[in-house]
Design a protein around this ligand. Sequence first.
Ligand code: SAH
Ligand code: SF4
Ligand code: F3S
Length: 487
Amino acid sequence: MISLIRKRGSEIDMQMPNLQKAKIRNKETVRILTDAYKVEESLKTIGRNLTYFIKTYGCQMNEHDSENIKAILEEMSFTEIDDMEKADLILLNTCAIRENAHNKVFGMIGRIKHLKEEKPHVIAGICGCMAQEESVVEDIKKKYKHIDIVFGTHNIHGLPSLLEKVIEEKERQIEVYSKEGDVIENIPVKRDSKYKAWINIMYGCDKFCTYCIVPYTRGKQRSRQHSFIIEEVKDLVKQGYKEVTLLGQNVNAYGKDLEGEYRMENLLEEVAGTGIERVRFVTSHPWDFTDAMIDTIAAHANIMPYIHLPLQAGSNTVLKRMGRRYTKEDYLTLFHKLKERIPNAAITTDIIVGFPGETKEDFEETLEVVRTCKFDGAFTFLFSPREGTPAAKMADDIPLDEKNQRLYALNEYINQYSNEANQKYLGKVVPVLLENVSEKDKTMLSGYSDTMKLVNVKAPIDALGEIINVKITDVKTWSMDGEMTNN
Ligand code: SAH
Ligand code: SF4
Ligand code: F3S
């Protein structure tokens, strides 16, 4: 077994992130690299007899990155375990979207410090979006010397050589690029599910909403070539997968950064044509949602009638300060069009409360939109200033108490409408992809309906991975119960 005791003090910092640099976008074509990921023969056994634990804090893209990281580690012979205390390698795949995500990670970094006092051989690493933040990396460099590796969202494929340096040369590795990013193909993946799969269709974001850190941590918008995406879907179909979710911060803008006219509606059409039973996509920015896309969704039974359409705010002045590029009226027009052309569609949203300068009247307008749309569900957040973004510099004079009251009032409506939307399913039959055994009752399986409702049903274990018809018998706040039916 390799000795992991490191030479203290011999650390090299190869790259530091820089928020100003991360902001730069140019017109240069993005490189598509099919051979950037490689594990040298000598590294393929480096993790033999070593275990790893990875904790994921962020969005679906962050989760999918963890699936890539797991596969890379397993190509180096590391073995996954779910108990951090017993792991030889601990990785925190972080999220920078709001302050509380930061706090959770720093809490965990503290726990790891204690752990390493007892087990100094443990290697600890930070990756993901927080690793792209200058101030976080500065802090880790100066105050958290027990963190051995920091790598960013642009160099996941470089993990083998970083680990080699930490293990063999006993040197601390900090490597984060502030570049706009390439598209790296052929990174392996160890999927969490055997039935449904995440597929990146694009990376990064160019929208620069004024509150949001993502365009800085993930680089410029880079769509993958559709041929690679379709190959991935076909391969999943062959492996027996039932569902794919096409991932991007702004999937509707797919293809706009590529040459040619191939857009999201073409991709949806082609993915649906592979015969995969279910196609989903997140997240849709209202700005790029075209009629052609709506028609394509409506025309294909295997494109699920579920749309996550973030509103963020219902007041035009706030939307303008957020840099969202649509008005309340634009949003409502799109919302009604979707409901009209895809009548059974469930629509969910994201809303930020307490954006700098949000008046009581502005907030009331958000409530008004919520009362009109009666969303199937919503993620609601208090505005969290992110260093380096324009909104962090805006005067924010709403007392925290007031913000919390607004969030509470909003959530009351959200819960009410979510419940009302669910009640409509009582007695109805919905298709459910069974994916899990219930923890509480082993005779119950659970999964999601076409419209993304969590459904529990009594079913034999060998029905796992099947899409079955379920008659809804009971509706609860966050889930539904039902029974198998042949109708
Ligand atoms: N790309 C998606 C959103 C990704 S981030 C879109 O544009 O719709 C997920 C959600 O986090 C956002 O929709 C927003 O509601 C919330 N969010 C992002 N930055 C935030 C911040 N600084 N404070 C509070 N919420 C934020
Ligand atoms: Fe952030 Fe806006 Fe991009 Fe969504 S579209 S990731 S909110 S900048
Ligand atoms: Fe968080 Fe990064 Fe996703 S900031 S929400 S993990 S893109």
